[in-house]
Design a protein around this ligand. Structure first.
Ligand code: DGL
Length: 287
């Protein structure tokens, strides 16, 4: 006789193993760490893979077809290796271009990071806002559309900083970075018009919040700096559903497509973000 144990009267079903989500947080380099830290804060139940395509850093210098092709190739490799339940593209330069291609190629959810133009337009009082981004993000149709849709009543200054992401990485790795270099990159954000002045700057590159304290100190006048990381983490959590309690510690790993430029201080910085295990997935950039 076959007994249906699961349906039997008085039968206490065994605890099903809890589903532990794996979140892949992806950037060209170390900027995505500013998003990772919020994701980890909001989803302490998830296993985390932080992936940096440092072999192709900075993405801001790649033309659009090259960037789409590159991100697809890298993502194929990462998805095959780590089987994430959800991917966060913690990079504005990639998200403003590659999300449609990623969503068409893979069946998993992708959360993007795009310039926080809408919140900036909601918070400004002077109607002068600036978008501080990479040259790539500044040039995107996607960014222009955001401005048209959400900030039509504002004067928006788009600032494509060519060195700031690199300076943020250098600072995180403990290398000296002059104030003057940072000042030169952010200066165009500060605009005056008929007695009004810029009062909100949206940080549209995930690297820039790494320099937040210095940006605040070097600004010619105080402004509100918008970091979209908490909103991205909220969206991520919403898509994953309620967090599950888990007794065992989460697994975290950082994976680099080059990794050769990771100094001792970089390892210490990564450990500070909860990433002590560091691996490479070599994928040289062929251009
Ligand atoms: N962190 C990336 C972003 O949010 C950009 C850095 C790069 O140019 O690779 O746009």
């Amino acid at each position: 006789m076959q007994v249906d144990l699961l349906a039997g009267a008085g039968y206490a079903a065994p605890m099903l193993p809890l589903r532990i989500p794996t979140i892949l947080v992806f950037d060209s380099g170390l900027g995505g760490l500013t998003v990772l830290r919020e994701v980890m804060r909001q989803r302490p139940d998830a296993d985390i893979v932080y992936a940096a395509d440092d072999a192709a850093f900075p993405y801001g210098r790649l033309d659009e077809p090259a960037l789409v092709a590159r991100v697809l190739v890298v993502m194929e490799r990462l998805v095959a290796r780590f089987h994430p339940d959800l991917v966060v593209i913690a990079c504005n330069t990639a998200s403003t271009l590659v999300l449609p291609a990623l969503r068409a190629r893979f069946a998993i959810p992708f959360v993007g990071t795009v310039p926080a133009v809408k919140p900036a337009a909601e918070r400004t009082r002077s109607r002068l806002i600036s978008v501080l981004a990479t040259p790539g993000t500044v040039a995107r149709d996607y960014t222009r559309d955001l401005i048209e849709h959400y900030a039509a009543g504002c004067e928006v200054t788009l600032v494509g900083a060519s060195c700031l992401a690199g300076l943020a990485e250098a600072a995180l790795k403990g290398e000296p970075v002059d104030d003057a270099q940072i000042e030169a990159e952010i200066a165009p954000c500060f605009v005056t018009r008929d007695g009004r002045r810029t009062d909100v700057v949206t940080l549209a590159c995930t690297h820039y919040p790494l320099l937040l304290a210095r940006l605040q100190r070097l600004a010619p006048w105080p402004v509100e700096w918008i970091d979209p990381a908490p909103a991205i983490a909220r969206r991520t959590s919403q898509l994953l559903g309620p967090a599950q309690p888990r007794p065992e510690p989460v697994a975290t790993v950082a994976v680099f497509t080059d990794g050769s430029r990771l100094s001792g201080p970089a390892h210490i910085a990564l450990a500070g973000f909860g990433l002590a295990r560091i691996e490479t997935e070599p994928l040289p950039l062929a251009i």
